[in-house]
Design a protein around this ligand. Structure first.
Ligand SMILES: Cc1ncc(COP(=O)(O)O)c(C=O)c1O
Length: 446
């Protein structure tokens, strides 16, 4: 087959894929009460489908030119020099934390060192701390932001404290000034889990650019999706090199898809292994304890198409958040609504709500009401992680007894703000809340 006939077939396939999208995937009408309103989900059109099929036709399969282009676009968007695409946000967290344990750093994290982290959050912010033999020190959150409470940092400090690892909860930036001040004063590493907060800013600066490393997730619920996927970002060339190695089996080599036979380093066959009197191939020089956590080119193709839409996605999330906030404000006597720093511009992942202690109903009453009317709800992840079965027995410390985290465990949930929710859907969500509260119109709080 000639190149031109292959190109013709390729074009026909891609045209058909776009037509297929219109027939099979384009959005269906909204029927209030019957259409399930997910809290989040993939938002895509024929461009993602075409991009994915193009990548399949090229059949690179592993991380190749598209993964590299995706990394470059991500780094540019965030404003850092290095982005490494990985296969999930959890992998990104593992790579970031493991990178700080590298023997190639002057001051690596050592087993038994302590990492301060909030008790409220997603478990895979904490799991890498435990896996690397470090000790999590759990601090409480502030209600409303559900972010770590900076006032808890000083009491969390010990002579083993070496790092802070925290998420910008549901897209709402942490109060960075006191946190960075604390980290600077005590010489601590900072990892920002930005998995839920792509595009959020604090003092006009993108979250993910404050710490030593930051992480992203591209699971379908997140601001952009690659199916499964994530990234580690950093401005530090050494940390980037270490993180790449941790991601890529632990090897030192940074060759890419079009590196020459002599390697990207230009002296691939000249490397040394101590104790070996022959030079060694750089491709098989392992300098870190590594894994294989790469993103595929097919996923990256989808990610590139999604990145084009990111500003619109964020705008839609903010708009939906604002509508929910206005609509739920009348019920503040029952609900703790979200709050955020005046220095922050959140990029909302979802709309968190806490049922106030003493309200004449429980979180369960309200979430079951919503779910039965086809509005998806989610709990704020692990709630207080110290109470989760898998985390009860780990070595850890806590600052006080984490009362706010316990309240989150008991009484907090969230509903969606993702771009798949249009005005009619948001109006239905608000009406369903209103119908629920109608039952309590004259009811004093307990
Ligand atoms: C704050 C936070 N960190 C990490 C993750 C893990 O991301 P992934 O599901 O891509 O592994 C999530 C998942 O939603 C999350 O919310």
């Amino acid at each position: 087959m000639t190149d031109s006939s292959a190109n013709l077939i390729r074009k026909q396939i891609l045209d058909l894929v776009a037509a297929y999208y219109q027939q099979a995937h384009a959005s269906r009408p909204f029927v209030p009460g019957q259409t399930r309103l997910q809290y989040a989900g993939r938002v895509y059109d024929e461009r993602e489908l075409v991009a994915a099929v193009e990548a399949v036709l090229d059949f690179w399969l592993t991380a190749g030119p598209r993964a590299e282009a995706f990394e470059q676009r991500l780094a540019e968007y965030i404003g850092l020099r290095h982005a490494l695409a990985v296969n999930s946000g959890s992998s990104a967290n593992l790579v970031a934390l493991a990178a700080l344990c590298s023997h190639r750093l002057e001051r690596p994290l050592q087993p038994g060192d302590e990492v301060i982290t909030p008790a409220v959050g997603f478990p895979t912010t904490v799991a890498p701390i435990v896996q690397n033999g470090l000790v999590p020190v759990f601090v409480d959150c502030r209600l409303g932001t559900y972010n770590l409470d900076p006032a808890q940092l000083e009491p969390a400090l010990s002579d083993r404290t070496r790092a802070l690892f925290f998420a910008h909860t549901l897209g709402n930036p942490v109060e960075m000034e006191p946190v960075l001040e604390f980290a600077r004063t005590h010489g601590l590493y900072v990892i920002e889990d930005t998995c839920d907060a792509l595009g959020a800013t604090y003092d006009g600066q993108m979250v993910g650019t404050f710490g030593d490393l930051a992480t992203l997730s591209f699971y379908p619920a997140h601001h952009i999706t690659t199916g499964e996927g994530g990234a580690v970002v950093t401005d530090d060339p050494l940390l980037a090199r270490i993180a790449r190695s941790v991601r890529d089996w632990g090897r030192d080599c940074w060759c890419n898809h079009d590196s020459p036979p002599e390697g990207a380093c230009g002296r691939r066959f000249e490397w040394e292994i101590p104790g070996l009197d022959e030079p060694y191939d750089h491709r098989y020089l392992f300098v870190e304890i590594g894994y294989n956590l790469k993103l595929t080119d097919i996923q990256a193709a989808i990610g590139l198409a999604q990145l084009d839409k990111l500003p619109d996605f964020i705008a839609a999330r903010k708009c939906n958040f604002a509508r929910l906030y206005e609509g739920l404000k009348p019920y503040e006597e029952f609900l703790i609504l979200p709050t955020w720093s005046e220095r922050a511009d959140p990029s909302w992942f979802a709309f968190p709500i806490t049922v106030r202690p003493g309200a004449p109903f429980t979180r369960r009453d309200l979430t079951i009401w919503l779910e039965r009317r086809n509005i998806e709800t989610r709990l704020l992840f692990a709630g207080n992680i110290v109470r989760q079965p898998g985390y009860r027995h780990i070595e850890h410390r806590t600052v006080g007894d984490l009362p706010n985290s316990d309240l989150v465990l008991r009484s907090t949930f969230f509903v969606g703000v993702y771009p798949g929710l249009d005005d009619a859907r948001i109006a239905y969500i608000l009406q369903t809340f209103a119908d629920f509260f109608h039952q309590f119109a004259d009811s004093p709080t307990r």
